[in-house]
Design a protein around this ligand. Structure first.
Ligand SMILES: [Zn+2]
Length: 182
């Protein structure tokens, strides 16, 4: 066992073993599609305990088929009434797309963002980050699975938001930002 892994396990046990709390019921109040960035931990950002937030994380908070299926499970099996797509400033996946890494090993994540960038001509990285959040909200809303059906019927609400690393605050992203003229 490496020192790194041993250190993580030791931290885990030091906190968990003295407490020995029972597993909470699985009745999350929200499901969040967030980026994998280590600085953007959804449950911690919203100060929620285990059991409260159903989290799907993929670099670039991209609504991939697997991400949508995970949210479908939350909506259909756990009756989650609130979905949030959470982007963040300084996103590495959006930065990679912006710098043209649209093919190769990152493409399952960046290709959609590259297409979005080409379509919208986002003026800045921050603008593309917002557009990418809104794009995922649209993809979820239009999906032909329980997630989209729930949103379109009004049973499930969906919101986009961006976590700003410089202010340590999450701000809602409500409407499309104006794209720069091409
Ligand atoms: Zn990111």
């Amino acid at each position: 066992m490496s020192e790194r892994w041993a250190s993580l396990l030791a931290s885990h046990r030091a906190v968990r073993e003295p407490q020995r709390v029972a597993a909470p019921e699985h009745k999350p109040v929200a499901a969040i599609l967030a980026c994998s960035d280590a600085r953007v931990p959804p449950s911690l950002l919203f100060d929620q305990p285990a059991g409260s937030i159903f989290v799907v994380r993929v670099a670039g908070n991209t609504a991939t088929p697997a991400a949508i299926a995970s949210l479908d499970y939350a909506v259909e099996e756990l009756a989650v009434p609130l979905l949030i797509v959470l982007g963040h400033t300084g996103c590495g996946a959006v930065t990679a797309a912006r710098s043209g890494k649209c093919h190769g090993y990152l493409s399952p994540i960046t290709q959609q963002i590259c297409e979005l960038d080409n379509q919208t001509h986002a003026a800045t990285l921050d603008q593309l980050i917002e557009l990418n959040v809104l794009s995922a909200v649209t993809t979820l809303t239009n999906s032909l699975s329980p997630t989209g059906e729930g949103i379109r019927s009004g049973a499930v609400e969906v919101h986009g938001a961006v976590y700003d690393l410089s202010t340590d605050l999450v701000r809602p992203v409500q409407s499309a930002v104006t794209a720069a003229p091409s």
